[in-house]
Design a protein. Structure first.
Length: 118
């Protein structure tokens, strides 16, 4: 469900209200699994699994995708922050994510620039 269609012909289509609702619920579920309120060993285990199964990569792809509604983008930023909190391996993965720009820039730089500009 976290794989976005990046086909240039369908890239600019708006998200249905049901898709937005579903994505909100899924992102909240992910955040619940890695919540700092959970026992630390469970949070760490979930963070490792989310990296190994590619979920963190998919979440980072959503961050860099165009056409993502602002509320989903905000929730995805919060979710990625929970998934990488306290996990060196996940933080290293996030640090390696490059925005699709010329020249490529680290995702964190692009996100910070977009926050400052808005």
């Amino acid at each position: 469900f976290f794989h976005l269609d990046q086909d240039p012909q369908t890239k600019n289509l708006s998200w249905s209200s049901q898709k937005v609702t579903n994505m909100h619920i899924l992102l909240q579920l992910v955040r619940t699994l890695v919540s700092p309120n959970n026992p630390q060993n469970q949070t760490v285990a979930c963070q490792k699994v989310m990296n190994h199964c590619g979920l963190l990569q998919d979440l980072c792809s959503i961050l860099m995708a165009s056409g993502v509604p602002a509320d989903i983008l905000t929730e995805t930023i919060n979710t990625v922050s929970e998934v990488i909190r306290g996990s060196n391996q996940n933080q290293e993965h996030f640090a390696s994510v490059l925005a699709p720009s010329t020249p490529p820039r680290p995702a964190i730089v692009v996100l910070l620039m977009s926050m400052v500009n808005e």
